[in-house]
Write a protein that binds this ligand. Structure first.
Ligand code: ARG
Length: 492
């Protein structure tokens, strides 16, 4: 449901029935009415609000606070309202800005439909526990939706790794050439990080399985509410919240959720940055699909990686939402304060941004190609195999520190003499440098050449989790199994 701009003139003072007894109330001043509303951004809670109300009403009937007829009328009315909003969305006539929020609009529509039974729904309840409940129910659904988005992204990385993963490429530390790796290892590195983001979200949400419904405004109720009954009925909870004060004051669920989103945004942004660099003419490592680039209004030749740039840029928005939420909560006394109404702006905006970012990332990954020839062209630059030779010398009995110095001298020899690759040095040259370093004149055998050249090096890595061929194949197998186990749809 999209927001309806709060432009309508408020109705006369009685528009807010819950304020009428005190006089005119906030509906009287259009600015106050607009200032206080959350309807322009909380309508997306309507299904959760109705589910919570039905659980509450059934409990009220069970403990005898309303009759079976009342319950029947309430359920019928709420079912109708849900169907109307499903069909009409923002055009539903029950959205009346002067009623402030989704909760009061639905209650007012219910009363209009079923009369006195509707007036009993709010027995033992406040908007304070109602909104706390709605947020938890919403977050539960949102995690499921994000889980599907994460899985589409995992699948896209796995498919790309399976196709282009064995291409040899440089790795970078400090954005300087480091050691050779295979493309798939880098792809699975992103996948590892995104997998952790998905797990973090699910784990953080599992921390809170407490049902706030029945906490009332702040202190609970003197009526014999059966909170176990609503907890059972709402399914996602394990027990009622232990403290009504805490339950109505806390937005930990929202903050945990947005923190997990911010971490996801961080990884999306880092990946986007890397691929922006790889897509540049200078690197040319990847070609992005045209759908995910845009032209320039002035420079006819341009294809810019705007989608990636926006993924990177919007990470800033998500961080902003996290800091906003934390800051909104920092000065609040225990119990509900209206400041908490602002939580939803940040929660929903962060969610929308990350959901879209994950979806866009999955499409970009699914349609990108690594340019093997272009990457291969530059592979001999930067002495990517230097560390490999040092490790070779370790296998020949040299201390690593000595080997490191020898290879440093070998690299310098290449640079001084304009030799492009360590593999172009003669075996005598290797051993001359070894002897000069006090390592004996036969430190290197002919097999030294098997340790040289990026293609050899990526096949030599043996440590668990390595970024060469063996590490990549092992990680790919684990990820394929993980995805098969979760029965995800691995088509993108
Ligand atoms: N729209 C409000 C919110 O989002 C609902 C709770 C209002 N409670 C109150 N006591 N005024 O937080």
């Amino acid at each position: 449901v999209k927001k309806k701009p709060p432009t309508s003139q408020p109705s006369p003072p009685a528009a807010k029935p819950w304020e009428a007894a005190q006089g005119h109330g906030s509906a009287c001043d259009p600015l106050a009415a607009r200032f206080v509303e959350s309807l322009s951004y909380d309508t997306r809670l309507y299904r959760h609000d109705i589910a919570g109300s039905i659980a509450h009403a059934r409990m009220l009937a069970k403990v005898g606070l309303i009759t079976a007829d009342d319950l029947g009328a309430i359920e019928r009315g709420l079912d109708e309202i849900r169907a109307e909003i499903d069909a009409q969305g923002e055009a539903w006539p029950g959205w009346r800005i002067e009623l402030e929020d989704v909760h009061m609009c639905i209650e007012a529509a219910l009363i209009e439909k079923v009369g006195d039974a509707g007036r009993k729904l709010h027995t033992g309840r406040s908007r304070n526990d109602q909104v706390a409940l709605d947020l938890r129910l919403w977050a539960n659904d949102a995690v499921d939706a994000l889980d599907a988005s994460f899985h589409r992204l995992y699948a896209a990385f796995i498919n790309l790794a399976a196709r282009d993963g064995r291409i040899v490429m440089p790795s970078y530390t400090h954005l300087q050439r480091a050691q050779p790796i295979v493309v798939g290892a880098e792809l699975l590195a992103w996948l590892e990080a995104f997998g952790r983001c998905g797990d973090r979200l699910a784990t953080l949400m599992l921390m809170d399985r407490d049902n706030p419904l029945g906490s009332g405004a702040i202190a609970g109720s003197s009526l014999a509410l059966d909170r176990e009954a609503t907890t059972q009925a709402l399914e996602i909870f394990e027990q009622p919240t232990a403290s009504s004060l805490d339950a109505t004051a806390s937005r930990d669920v929202a903050i945990d959720f947005v923190y997990a989103l911010a971490m996801t945004a961080q990884w999306l942004s880092r990946w986007a940055e890397q691929w922006i660099i790889y897509a540049s003419t200078e690197f040319g490592f990847i070609t992005l699909d045209e759908r995910y680039t845009t032209g320039s209004s002035m420079m006819p030749q341009k294809r810019n990686p705007d989608m990636l740039e926006l993924i990177r840029g919007r990470c800033g928005n998500v961080y902003g939402h996290l800091v906003a939420l934390l800051t909104i909560c920092k000065g609040l006394t225990i119990g509900y304060n209206r400041d908490l109404q602002e939580d939803k702006r940040h929660l929903f905006a962060a969610y929308d941004t990350v959901r879209d970012g994950l979806a866009m990332a999955a499409r970009i990954v699914a349609t990108t190609h690594f340019n093997e020839a272009r990457i291969a062209d530059g592979l001999d630059r930067g002495f990517l195999d230097a560390t490999s030779i040092a490790e070779y010398l370790v296998t020949r009995g040299l201390p690593f520190r000595t080997a490191h110095q020898i290879v440093g001298r070998l690299v310098k020899r290449c640079l001084d003499r304009g030799v492009p690759r360590l593999a172009d040095l003669k075996i005598e040259e290797f051993n001359t440098v070894c002897r000069d370093a006090g390592a004996g004149g036969d430190a290197c055998g002919k097999d030294v050449y098997d340790w040289l050249g990026p293609a050899n090096v990526v096949d030599r890595y043996r440590s668990a989790g390595n970024a060469g061929t063996s590490g990549f194949e092992a990680q790919l197998a684990v990820w394929r199994k993980r995805l098969a186990d979760t029965a995800a749809d691995i088509r993108c």
